[in-house]
Every structure is written in structure tokens, then in C-alpha cells.
Design a binder for this molecule. Structure first.
Ligand code: ADP
Ligand code: F6P
Length: 459
């Protein structure tokens, strides 16, 4: 049986110490099965790029680390990835920053990475490439005469054709997708967008089997909603809660990277309107927003940080008292164990992105709840998760009044309704967890797929 070769911008830890993130847990059985490989960047160690992969053998699979020159990596990661593709894919074409060197760096990183990967491949390996940082990789590998099957999964949303066309040289970007054997998306929304981009942007032909014929070859497409390690996360919550006290007031919680796509200012505006309209809740509820900064040196990220601090300060100034702070705002990352307990002890989970591929926080919040006294998930209609999680309270994140009213509904919801909604959501999560996601993608990628055992968390 062939090996599975995973490629992603960030490599997993070389000692397994941070494996609880979901993707690693899901993939390590598939990787371990046939001596699999996971190749990815080690950006924090940008020192001596060697143009070859540095291998570290774990017990379950091998991690291949790749290093880049700091300037090249900056133009690739902060530049093309997060100042061109990220804003475009999240519908923020106003934030696209076009610089020739960004596109060059993106092309260079993908080309060099393809060369390094090709040197390490065996004939029957299957390659699974992850996310928007590496879209051109299949085209580059095929140019090196790599004949292995190559799949790609896009973790972020894919916008409609009109928005996609804001990316300079967008037809070329669309062609990169078409070089894969299988391209997976989070939702049927994104899948529809891809089909439309191929059909109307590149004159691709939709075949009866759902594949797209393009430039004389055929690419398979599918929606594979990603999920989490449901049992593992629930265990963190149950164990952690056993030794901790619940929050003194009913708590609303938001946990997001500090990204403009997450709708954080709109969320605070909604909470502010709720406190304005329902004074009875003042001093009787609190909002904990955890938002660690990312991609710091991109201007749009600096701006969102300043805006959020200003808004939180305004709400606290307007409604706060000596005894009560309406918004608690933390800028740092917590461990998964800590997060799970905070979720369990929060009456409302606020997940209100303006556009999101899936949003795993929504799933983590549900997994962490006490089934006998569960909290309520408020979920944006624009999160990919909303396609599956219809029993959440669905909101329009742009509409502060909708958020305010929905917070009230969530806080007032009777126990029986909370249990009913949570039960329906939790069942779906259990059925379609991250192992299901991995195996359904890999089954489609190959007629004789790399087999995936049920996952075992401990390594
Ligand atoms: P994205 O991939 O855009 O960041 P997701 O919601 O899909 O958004 O995934 C975010 C992941 O990062 C989740 O697993 C979440 O628990 C984790 N995360 C977000 N904020 C924090 C934080 N402050 N501390 C620790 N983990 C965090
Ligand atoms: O979900 C999109 C994504 O870019 C992932 O690829 C990544 O793991 C996560 O967001 C965090 O982003 P970054 O790796 O840029 O910190």
C-alpha cells in the first residue's frame, strides 16, 4: 500500500507535543499506516534554508521541515497568501494589496517545494495538499513528471466568480486548482463557486459524473466539511470542569484569531445594542472575547486590533461599574484544555464571522457542553458550519439588532429547548467527526485508498 504524503504550510510538531489540534489527530493513523510523511514549513526557524527537506522521525510518521529565506517567506506568507488570496477568498477585495514580488515569492516557494517533494516520492504515494498557501503545487509537481495522485483541500471559503476575478491573473489561479486529481471544499457553497469559476471563467465542461473537463484533463470536485476530534475535545471539557468552578455570571464567549473575517467589531456592536436595549441584563451577564493577534505586520490586521480595543473600551466605559466589566478581552492563545472548560462554562457561544470556510470553534463549543445543561450556539449564516449546524441560532453578523435579539433569545431559552438543540447538533458532530472527514476525502482520492483506522488519541 502506498504512503500518504501530507503537505501544508505549517508542519505538525516533530515530537507530537501539540497533536491535539484536530487535523494531526485525524491524519496520523492514515500516515502511520504506511510510513507516511508530513511536509511543511518551519517558519519560526528561518535560518539556514537548504533547499532540501530536513526529516524528523516520529513514532507514527515522519515530519519533513522546510525552511525559507525570511524575506522570501514574508513576501509569500504575509504578501501573496495573506494580502492577496486571503482577502480575496474572504470577499474583502478592498483589502487586496497587489505587489509583483508577492506573486513571484508565491510562485518560487511552490516551485522549490515541489522540487524537494519530488525527490522524496515513491511511485505509489498519494499526496494530499492543504490550503490556499499551496494551490500551485500540483501543477509544479506535474511539470516535474510526478504521476502520483494528488488531492487538494481548501480550508478557507472560495468566493463567487465575480469576487475571484479581483485576483490579478485569476485565470491562472483557477488553472492551478484544475491540475489536481481531486479538489475538496468545506461546503456545497464553495463547490458551486468552483464549478462556476471553471465553467464561466475557463470554459470548463461539467461532466455527467460531476467532474470538470478542462484543458484536456479531468478534475474531480467534492464538498467535505471538516470537523474536530469530538470525543477528545469533550474529554478535555469534562475532565477540566471537574476541578474548576463555573463562571459567576452567565457568560457569552467568543474565541477567534484576531482576523477581520471573524466579524469581531460587529459582534461587539451587537452585544452593546443588547445591553442598551435590555438594561435588566446589565451586571447579570458578561462577554469573554479571546482573540490572539495573527499576521501582525499586515496593515489590515493592525487596524482590526485597534478597532476592537476601542470598541471594547467604549462598551466597558458606557455600561461598566466598579463591580462589573461587561467585556473581558484577552489577546492571547490558551491551551485546548483551557478553552474546552471555558466553553463548557459559557451559556452562549458567539461565532459570528462575516465569511468563514467552516469555523471549528462552533464545533468545539458544542462538543464541550454538558448535555444535561448545555449552552446555546449563536452562529453566523456565513460560516461554512451553518450548512450543517442548522439547530444553532443562525444570525446575520452584519446586523447588530439581529445579534442583540438573538443573544436575548439564547439567554432566555428554556432548558428543554437547549437540550433538544444541543442533542441534534452533537449527534451530527459525532457522526461526521474529523476521522470521517479524512476517510471520505481519501476514499475519493484513490480507487484503492490509504486506509484510515478509527483514531487513537494517545501516541
Ligand atoms: P481559523 O482556521 O480561521 O483560525 P477556525 O475556527 O476554523 O478558524 O479554527 C481556529 C482554531 O484555533 C480552533 O481550533 C480554535 O480553538 C483555535 N483557537 C482560536 N483562538 C484560540 C486561542 N485564543 N487559543 C487557543 N486556540 C485558539
Ligand atoms: O483556516 C485557514 C488557516 O489559514 C489555516 O491554514 C491555518 O492553520 C489557520 O488559518 C491559521 O493561520 P496561520 O497559519 O496563517 O496562522
Amino acid at each position: 500500500m502506498g504512503r500518504l504524503v501530507i503537505v501544508s504550510n505549517r508542519a505538525p510538531s516533530i515530537d507530537g507535543s501539540t497533536d491535539s489540534g484536530g487535523l494531526v489527530v485525524a491524519l496520523k493513523d492514515a500516515l502511520g499506516k504506511g510510513g507516511g510523511l508530513w511536509i511543511g514549513g518551519a517558519p519560526e526557524q528561518q535560518e539556514a534554508p537548504s533547499d532540501s527537506i530536513v526529516w524528523h522521525d516520529r513514532r507514527d510518521f515522519s515530519v519533513g521541515l522546510v525552511e525559507w529565506e525570511p524575506e522570501l517567506y514574508r513576501d509569500f506568507y504575509l504578501g501573496y497568501c495573506n494580502s492577496v488570496l486571503w482577502p480575496a477568498f474572504h470577499g474583502r477585495v478592498d483589502l487586496i494589496d497587489v505587489q509583483g514580488r508577492y506573486a513571484e515569492a508565491y510562485a518560487t516557494v511552490n516551485k522549490r517545494l515541489a522540487r524537494m517533494i519530488a525527490q522524496n516520492l515513491r511511485e505509489d504515494d498519494q499526496i494530499w495538499v492543504h490550503d490556499y498557501q499551496l494551490i500551485p503545487l500540483a501543477q509544479e509537481l506535474k511539470a516535474l513528471r510526478v504521476r502520483n495522485r494528488i488531492g487538494f483541500f481548501l480550508h478557507v471559503p472560495l468566493p463567487d466568480l465575480h469576487t475571484f476575478m479581483a485576483i490579478p491573473d485569476w485565470q491562472n489561479v483557477a488553472r492551478w486548482f484544475s491540475a489536481y486529481d481531486l479538489v475538496g471544499f468545506q461546503t456545497s457553497r464553495d463547490l458551486r463557486h468552483m464549478i462556476n469559476i471553471f465553467q464561466h471563467g475557463l470554459r470548463g465542461e461539467l461532466r455527467a459524473n460531476g467532474n470538470i473537463g478542462i484543458d484536456g484533463r479531468e478534475v474531480a470536485l467534492g464538498a467535505f466539511p471538516i470537523s474536530i476530534d469530538v470525543e477528545g475535545f469533550r474529554e478535555f471539557a469534562v475532565k477540566g470542569a471537574a476541578g474548576t468552578a463555573p463562571a459567576p455570571l452567565p457568560r457569552l464567549i467568543g474565541v477567534d484569531r484576531l482576523d477581520y473575517s471573524k466579524g469581531l467589531p460587529q459582534r461587539l456592536a451587537g452585544y452593546g445594542e443588547f445591553l442598551e436595549k435590555y438594561p435588566g441584563y446589565r451586571s447579570n451577564v458578561s462577554l469573554l472575547q479571546i482573540a490572539p493577534p495573527t499576521r501582525n505586520s499586515v496593515n489590515a490586521y493592525k487596524a482590526i486590533r485597534a478597532e476592537l480595543e476601542h470598541l471594547a473600551g467604549r462598551i466597558n466605559g458606557r455600561f461598566g461599574t466598579v463591580e462589573w466589566t461587561p467585556v473581558q478581552y484577552l489577546h492571547r492563545a490558551l491551551t485546548r484544555e483551557e478553552l474546552a472548560v471555558l466553553f463548557r462554562y459559557s451559556r452562549v457561544g458567539l461565532v459570528t464571522p462575516l465569511f468563514d470556510g467552516m469555523n471549528l470553534v462552533a464545533k468545539e463549543y458544542v462538543a464541550a457542553q454538558d448535555e444535561d445543561d448545555p449552552g446555546v450556539l449563536i452562529l453566523s449564516q456565513f460560516a461554512g458550519a451553518a450548512e450543517e449546524m442548522s439547530e444553532a441560532l443562525i444570525v446575520n453578523p452584519h446586523d447588530a439588532s439581529d445579534i442583540a435579539e438573538t443573544i436575548k433569545t439564547a439567554l432566555d431559552m428554556p432548558l428543554s429547548e437547549r437540550i433538544e438543540r444541543h442533542d441534534a447538533l452533537y449527534r451530527k458532530l459525532k457522526k461526521h467527526d474529523v476521522t470521517y472527514w479524512t476517510s471520505s476525502f481519501l476514499k475519493r482520492l484513490s480507487p484503492s485508498p490509504v486506509s484510515v483506522l478509527p483514531y487513537h488519541r494517545a501516541i
